[in-house]
Design a protein around this ligand. Structure first.
Ligand SMILES: Nc1ncnc2c1ncn2[C@@H]1O[C@H](COP(=O)(O)OP(=O)(O)OP(=O)(O)O)[C@@H](O)[C@H]1O
Ligand SMILES: O=P(O)(O)OC[C@H]1O[C@H](OP(=O)(O)OP(=O)(O)O)[C@H](O)[C@@H]1O
Length: 308
């Protein structure tokens, strides 16, 4: 089948073809009931149940395709968007518009130097050799270092294994992504500054007119919300209701229903998964009973969520 001829009329959605963002992205698509089968070695997959085609691209190239309007939607790291946008001429507005923070792929782009070396600040790297996969952000970072002429710093591109550059004598420092810090530690490096913090984002092309963009964004938002929150149900004496409402304020407000027992109410509210244990302790201390925590399979809510 000539897939390219089947793209007509479909929303084009760029997703990472490999690397750290790929599996969480595929999980998200599955949660949105976006069904497809990717043939071996093919970078295009037609979605069976929606007029969408998935285009598998390197995370670093997705901002270019979205920015130029070649694809309507994309998922990549905010670091990649920043690297793309910082290259644009000053007066040009980026064609890449962020729609949604996806909450995975958290990492920091950091300036790193040998742990045992003499350099302790990024300014001391000015004029020296710095190796990175993010040359535009690194150039902008060193150019802005106050009171120094960062533009003189020699910035070299490498596509991967950036952390090896110092040990091999290619660089005095590197600018690379850090998440757990394991890679940095194993290479005998330490972080001395942060260029940008990143998470995966859903982005759209500024000029896309495809109506499915909003539908997909809404489905993705629903899945992310479902992953982040649980539904907490409990019974509490009416006299304690105002305190209980402060503990579980819910989205707009908690649902409260009268119980068939005088003086008691049943409360139901969305609670952040990461704080549910504390919330249960607090509710118990206030006399709540029969506290149940239910996972949320999927959701469709507006953007206002309970505070994190
Ligand atoms: N250790 C990490 N933890 C979390 N997110 C990361 C990590 N490393 C990278 N990312 C995110 O994933 C994006 C893609 O990085 P990744 O290293 O997976 O790229 P890749 O497409 O496989 O390319 P490469 O061939 O350069 O490794 C990064 O831009 C960043 O947003
Ligand atoms: O802080 P950590 O949890 O150790 O993660 C950081 C590492 O992850 C990324 O590389 P990746 O492993 O994706 O491969 P790459 O070097 O080929 O880009 C990044 O470039 C770091 O090397």
């Amino acid at each position: 089948m000539d897939l390219v001829n089947h793209l007509e009329g479909r929303l084009l959605f760029a997703v990472p073809k490999k690397g750290r963002l790929q599996q969480p992205t595929l999980d998200l698509l599955s949660g949105c009931d976006i069904q497809f089968r990717r043939e071996t070695r093919l970078d295009i997959a037609l979605v069976k149940n929606l007029p969408i085609a998935l285009i598998f691209l390197p995370a670093a190239d997705i901002p270019t395709f979205v920015g130029e309007g070649r694809v309507d939607l994309g998922i990549t790291g905010r670091d990649q968007i920043a690297e793309h946008d910082v290259r644009l001429p000053e007066a040009e507005i980026s064609g890449v518009e962020e729609v949604l923070d996806l909450g995975f792929g958290m990492c920091k782009l950091q300036v790193q130097v040998p742990e045992k070396g003499s350099i302790t600040t990024a300014s001391e790297l000015v004029g020296k050799n710095v190796v990175t996969s993010f040359t535009a952000l690194t150039e902008a970072f060193f150019s802005k270092l106050e009171g120094t002429d960062g533009a003189n710093t020699k910035i070299k591109y490498v596509g991967g294994s950036v952390e090896a550059a110092c040990a091999l004598g290619v660089a005095d420092g590197i600018v690379d992504l850090v998440e757990s810090g394991e890679t940095m530690k194993a290479a005998g490096l330490k972080a001395i500054d942060t260029v940008i913090e990143s998470t995966a984002v859903l982005v759209k092309s500024r000029n896309t007119k495809n109506k499915l963009v909003d539908l997909i964004a809404s489905r993705i938002r629903g899945v992310i919300t479902a992953q982040k929150y649980v539904l907490c149900q409990y019974n509490v004496p009416r006299a304690k209701l105002s305190t209980a409402k402060r503990i579980t304020p819910g989205k707009r407000a908690p649902s409260v229903t009268a119980l068939e027992v005088y003086g008691w109410v049943a409360v139901s509210a969305m609670v952040l998964k990461k704080s549910i244990a504390n919330v249960m302790d607090e509710l118990t201390a206030e006399g709540a009973t029969d506290i149940l925590v239910l996972s949320i399979e999927n959701s469709r809510t507006d953007e206002e969520m309970p505070p994190e």
